[in-house]
Write a protein that binds this ligand. Structure first.
Ligand code: FE2
Length: 427
């Protein structure tokens, strides 16, 4: 079973990653900061976790306000480094532990944390800025990450108690993963700082030290506080420390504090800490019961003939083809596909198998492959095929035979402009 070794708390300001890249380790202004990370790096080098479970917030880099999730879990095998304005940092892409992430997603949703999942998105400094000070990135990262995005930017945000409970749910989820994996939880953000308005430059060392004490001894007290409490005491942006509560919630009630550092060079109080778990081995019966519960919703679905639930596995596996078909909602992509399909296939990097299914409009094969139905109906709309044709083809029937099973013999598709579809032309 997977085991949580302990937890790390760390600030995630971009400046620490940039100071690292510029080799400022001995610079007197930065030296206390790097010193704080030495023990963290040493602990990771000794314990060799397979996975760092990273609770972080994105800084309106990858996630923007056109669609802003509350909690979003990365389920990719790999994460590009985001470009935050002048090109990405020169560090290798992060490796993800996709199987653990899928298990955690399923377990959390079963535990009524209905989080979203993401793939094919780059990660910003919220993850990689502290990571480079803790884990060697050259020649390549020594392990994998599972990134958990948390909304700490736009109201309404998850409240502190929700973050703490999410951590507790995460512990159950991670510790029920059947593979023997060593996992370390990472909570990022803070400590006190404020970047906005007339209060810009606000810090509160007294509160920071109290926070570091409470997260150890009495996290439940922190969980009972409001976001306004955190903003008043730690500054507008300093309230992001609620992400430490997720990390702390995932640890045992009693933890062993191995390390703590605190340094306030400029705008943000920079802190690190390392906890080791004092948890016993999880009980096998409890884990089995938990896993039964997690898998109950779709238990037996494989016996339902001709039915293919769209799982995260399917979504990741068939992402390229689904994305190609989804792009047909853009007029330029649609035109390219209609005028030169082979060129469009090539630009999207489709495999020969994928191209062949689209060329032949093999609706059944595409469903078996992992294309979601709503991409089939978009393709249908673009090439002038009705939904009814697609349903009939998936069943292996002629349109006429399938129509006999319907109460009304109508044809339709999702094409917004129906003036050119063949069935409106009497064809
Ligand atoms: Fe932040």
């Amino acid at each position: 079973m997977a085991q949580i070794l302990g937890g790390i708390g760390t600030s995630h300001v971009p400046t620490i990653g940039l100071a690292f890249d510029k080799g400022k380790q001995q610079d007197p202004d930065w030296q206390p900061l790097f010193k704080g990370y030495e023990v963290v790096a040493q602990w990771l080098a000794e314990k060799k976790p397979d996975v760092l479970f990273f609770c972080f917030n994105d800084h309106a880099t990858t996630f923007f306000f056109d669609h802003y999730p509350t909690f979003a879990l990365g389920v990719s095998d790999e994460y590009r480094i985001a470009d935050e304005g002048t090109g990405p940092r020169r560090i290798p892409p992060l490796k993800g532990h996709a199987a653990l992430a899928r298990h955690v997603a399923r377990a959390l949703v079963d535990d009524e944390f209905d989080l979203s999942v993401f793939q094919d998105l780059p990660l910003d400094h919220g993850v990689h800025s502290p990571l480079t000070l803790m884990w060697p990135s050259q020649p390549d990262w020594p392990g994998r990450v599972v990134p958990l995005f948390v909304n700490v930017l736009q109201e309404p945000q998850p409240k502190p108690s929700r973050c703490y409970k999410l951590g507790q749910a995460l512990r159950r989820a991670v510790e029920s993963y059947p593979e023997n994996l060593k996992v370390a939880m990472v909570g990022t953000g803070g400590l006190s700082h404020q970047m906005i308005g007339e209060r810009a430059g606000f810090n509160n060392e007294k509160w920071d030290l109290e926070f570091l004490d409470l997260i150890d001894r009495d996290p439940e007290r922190l969980a009972k506080m409001s976001l306004e409490d955190f903003m008043r005491l730690g500054g507008n942006e300093g309230a992001e420390v609620v992400m430490w509560l997720i990390m702390r919630g995932a640890l045992s009630a009693n933890v062993r504090k191995l390390h703590q550092s605190y340094y306030l060079p400029s705008m943000t109080a920079l802190a690190t800490l390392v906890y080791e778990n004092e948890a016993a081995e999880p009980r096998t019966e409890a884990t089995e019961e938990y896993l039964d519960h997690v898998h109950r919703q779709l238990a037996g679905i494989e016996k339902l003939e001709g039915t293919y639930p769209f799982t995260i596995e399917t979504s990741v596996r068939a992402y390229r083809l689904n994305k190609f078909l989804h792009d047909l909602v853009e007029p330029a992509r649609r035109q390219r596909f209609l005028s030169d399909p082979e060129a469009a296939f090539g630009e999207a990097g489709l495999s020969e198998e994928e191209r062949d299914m689209v060329r032949r409009r093999d609706w059944r094969a595409m469903i078996h492959y992992g294309v979601i139905f709503f991409m089939l109906e978009k393709l249908g709309a673009v090439v002038g095929v009705s939904n009814l044709h697609i349903y009939a083809a998936m069943r292996g029937q002629s349109l006429e035979d399938f129509q006999k099973t319907r109460n009304a013999q109508v044809l339709y598709s999702v094409a917004g402009d129906q003036s050119h579809v063949p069935w409106e032309q009497g064809k």
